[in-house]
Ligand binder design. Structure first.
Ligand code: GRF
Length: 221
């Protein structure tokens, strides 16, 4: 008998490069992966991610926020689509609308987001420019469970990249994005394998891969 696979719905608003990383690992070409992508939903009809999903043979839906009078009715329409396909986990992959508390409450520890910074530093937008301005030596990305307050919630996994002296917003952003593409599938895999629990307001990951050690930037400091 085939192993049970976690059904996920992925919400996007744009180019969908993170979506592509998830399709590459969990899409129809990987039928034995622990995750099945049952829906890609976009609030924007022109999101390139929709093309990526359709190309891979994954079901897509557009729920255009402009067609709704308020956020609650928009969120309710999305929720209906997500539940209709039997999704068990909702994944925000560059979804650029704030969700209502009601929607979030309907997916307790079943709603995850990727943020392009090492939370709790640099919540919100323009994270790479702000990291450069702050002069931090390390930057990165975070996968976390979603709570009503923006960019908060139990942290599941983080990836760190060095900030180089010659970096600008673009070069640093590309380095972080490459890390996102590796981190996001890995974090979702841990969830699918039942290795992530939330205790108090911390996500606990039970996995043997943790290596420990220190990282220095500049190297050898
Ligand atoms: C990523 O940087 C992600 O961290 C943020 O939005 C961006 C989406 O990019 N939440 P893409 O659509 O996945 O290429």
């Amino acid at each position: 008998m085939a192993a049970r696979r976690l059904k996920i719905a992925i919400l996007i608003s744009g180019r969908g490069s993170n979506l592509q990383a998830l399709i590459d690992q969990f899409g129809p070409a990987a039928p034995t992966s622990p995750i099945e992508i049952v829906l890609v939903l976009s609030n924007r009809p022109d999101a390139f991610g929709l093309t990526r999903a359709a190309r891979a043979g994954i079901a897509t839906k557009i729920v255009d926020h402009k067609a709704f009078a308020d956020r609650a009715s928009f969120d309710a329409a999305m929720d209906k689509e997500i539940r209709a396909v039997g999704a068990e986990l909702v994944v925000l992959a560059g979804f650029l609308r704030l969700l209502t508390d009601g929607f979030i409450a309907g997916w307790p520890d079943r709603l995850v987001n990727i943020h392009p910074a090492l939370l709790p530093a640099f919540k919100g937008l323009h994270t790479h420019a702000r990291a450069l301005e702050a002069g931090v030596r390390f930057h990165g990305c975070t996968v976390h469970f979603v709570r009503p307050e923006m960019d908060t919630g139990p942290i599941i996994a983080q990836a760190v990249v060095p900030v180089r002296p010659e970096d600008d917003e673009n070069s640093l952003g590309l380095r972080v994005l490459a890390a996102e593409h590796r981190l996001f599938p890995q974090a979702l895999r841990l969830i699918a394998e039942g290795k992530v629990t939330v205790e108090g307001e911390r996500a606990i990951v039970r996995d043997a891969a943790f290596a420990g050690g220190l990282l220095f930037n500049p190297l050898g400091a």
